[in-house]
Design a protein around this ligand. Sequence first.
Ligand code: FAD
Ligand code: N01
Length: 540
Amino acid sequence: MDIASSPTSSTSTDVDVAVVGAGFAGLYLLHRLRGQGLSVRVFEAGSGVGGTWFWNRYPGARCDIESVDYQYSFDDDLIRDWQWSERYPRQEELLAYLNHVADRFELRRDISLNTRVTASIFDDVAQTWTVTTDQNERISARFVILATGCLTAARTPDFDGLDDFAGQWYHTARWPDGGVDFTGKRVGIIGTGSSGIQSIPVIADQAEALTVFQRTANYSVPAGNHVLSDSERKDGADGFDARRRMQKESFLGMSVPMVEAAAADMPSEERDAILEERWQMGGLPMYGAFADVLTDESSNNAAKEFFAKKIRAKVDDPDVAERLIPKGYPFGGKRICVDTNYFETFNRDNVTLVDVNESPIERITANGIKAGDTEYELDAIVFATGFDAFTGALSAIDIRGRNGQALTEKWQDGPRNLLGLAMSGFPNMFLITGPGSPSVFSNMVVSIEQHSDWIADAIAHMQDTDARIIEATDTAEDEWVAHVNEVADSTLLPQANSWYNGANVPGKPRIFMAYLGGVGDYRLHCDEVARAGYKGFALT
Ligand code: FAD
Ligand code: N01
């Protein structure tokens, strides 16, 4: 039933639900909410659907959760029909998958592309939201769901002289459609997070010379990527339900179990054997090496030493190896990376590593980058410098709740909400994988489906009970924020300077934004809230 004009609604609206963003989250929300009879309109700033996988087209871009696990679970036929080609899908394949989903479930008719939402204002009298776009459109909606993504607001640091640069420059998250040919070019890349670590080996393969400007070395595990055989694909589809069940109950939304023993109680040979086993598995299972790897310093140090040994073994020049070894922050404090030939790339003759702690980037010049005493002459610069994570896309929208309160004002000391899902003072507005939920500290497709289902169920409950407004209470919000902080502080993670805690954006409040209680426990918590009649939310 379309509730925008239903008898229970005192004011009619243009749509029941306005969704901002057409990535994994926006697409699923549209399908799911339509399925319960709601009218939905999705607004997407990009010229196509796909979100992350639409924007991040840099060389080497791919997912680091296995393809079988990084897909929707809501339709059995989709799981059977879509054939993943590699263990870790490339950006192109993920974008093709999301376009296929948009076509298969006839989603496009309710999606407005090239349309950026600029404001969302709550009307206290009508109790509806007015959503305004950069296409001069204004619609009213009962509910607004912000599926704007945690890693959407790309950041190019404010280097002096960028406008003077005579060559071309690119940000990994705004890569041109059709790619860039670096053949014969001298390329500089700033940033060695996941985007840098994925693109450096591929750019090095093509460019005449590549200079890597590193500020902080990162923990990176080889992916162990490969083309999937027919039998692997079949096993993936046959075993999908069991894997997804396990992901839903797990810490990280993955189907590789954590080692339950604490490294603090283990002899060093046993620790090393486990770390080696995880290294051989490839990728993110390294997070689960020990029960206490993110909480106990000696256990964390064991992982750090293991990485140092691996890097020394891979990199020929001992000085370069030392610079590539992460130091000064705990393993896991920054999102660990997953690579193909990253460290080995520094053995190539055409690759140079510049440690910007020793030689700070002074400015960008017409010819390249001046760092320390040296001007590095470049034809192109790649910024792999990341995002204003979690809050960047939200603070770019003028969001105002009850009494005209701006979300940016409510969040001036850091994000506050209940369960990462909703804010007091902002009725009928929801976040997907917002701060205060496991979000980026999980397989995000699992988290996106969980949030979308929880919200859809909450709206269905309102339909059943003739409730018009759902709103987090102040008390419940305060308790949740305190809990999120307490859990984060019981780990080593807040010690690092990371986008997890806003440290990468000058002036941003330093709060660890992801909820570290784990996907499984978090889900139980959300389910319990719903079962208890949406405890902590006021329904009127
Ligand atoms: P997004 O995919 O970010 O989509 C949000 C959309 O909202 C964007 O298209 C954006 O244009 C739109 N939008 C934002 N603001 C507005 C506005 N005001 N008006 C209109 N539209 C707006 N996660 C994993 O779990 N595993 C991985 O391996 C992994 N790899 C990643 C690799 C990269 C390069 C990046 C950047 C992220 C990766 N992530 C990964 C995280 C990834 O963002 C999520 O997995 C997932 O794709 C997020 O989907 P989403 O729909 O929530 O957000
Ligand atoms: O961004 P980042 P990203 N001078 O913030 C450096 C997901 N993702 O795009 O660490 C010099 O991690 C900065 O240095 P420092 C994943 O969740 C996943 O790479 O701040 N350097 C850092 O090295 C990931 O975590 C995949 O000292 C500067 C880099 O730029 C998230 O997206 C692939 C600088 C930024 O790293 C973000 O990753 C890609 C300056 N002024 C992304 N400013 C997968 O593989 C910044 N840096 C799944």
